[in-house]
Design a protein around this ligand. Structure first.
Ligand SMILES: Cc1cc2nc3c(=O)[nH]c(=O)nc-3n(C[C@H](O)[C@H](O)[C@H](O)COP(=O)(O)OP(=O)(O)OC[C@H]3O[C@@H](n4cnc5c(N)ncnc54)[C@H](O)[C@@H]3O)c2cc1C
Length: 105
């Protein structure tokens, strides 16, 4: 029996055999969103030596190599040299947050 959701019911109206379709397997994945939809990459304010790299929403896989490089620079050199990561600092939320990204989620 197909799940009773508005999406399945709408799909089955268009393609009637879908009414008999079954869900074979499913999984849940967390999309970690920040208030401005940008990731966090910084040392935590007031917590020396505690580094944060998270909040990458639906693009964390593709950003992973850059995130790893920038985080290594932050930890080893005290600042990211490959690009300016100041807009990704955790502390931005205490100051009202950064520029909200409208084109990704
Ligand atoms: C459905 C879906 C589709 C996506 N598609 C894409 C895509 O096409 N392209 C793309 O670039 N990105 C995609 N993403 C986003 C990408 O998966 C994430 O941005 C990325 O995995 C985040 O990596 P992460 O290391 O920050 O966190 P995670 O990959 O979530 O890793 C966190 C780890 O910490 C573990 N953990 C949590 N709490 C604890 C604890 N207390 N103790 C020990 N371990 C703990 C978790 O089990 C997990 O293994 C998708 C995400 C989802 C949900």
């Amino acid at each position: 029996m197909a799940p009773h959701t508005p999406h399945f019911e709408a799909a089955a109206r268009r393609v009637p055999p879908l009414a008999e379709a079954r869900v074979m397997r499913a999984y849940a994945g967390v999309r970690d969103l920040t208030p401005d939809y940008h990731g966090i990459l910084s040392e935590a304010p007031g917590l020396a030596g505690f580094y944060v790299a998270c909040g990458f929403s639906g693009h964390g896989f593709m950003h992973a190599p850059a995130i790893g490089l920038l985080m290594a620079e932050l930890i080893l050199d005290g600042r990211a040299r490959s690009m300016d990561v100041a807009p990704m600092a955790l502390g931005r939320f205490a100051c009202g947050g950064g520029a909200v990204e409208a084109n990704i989620f």
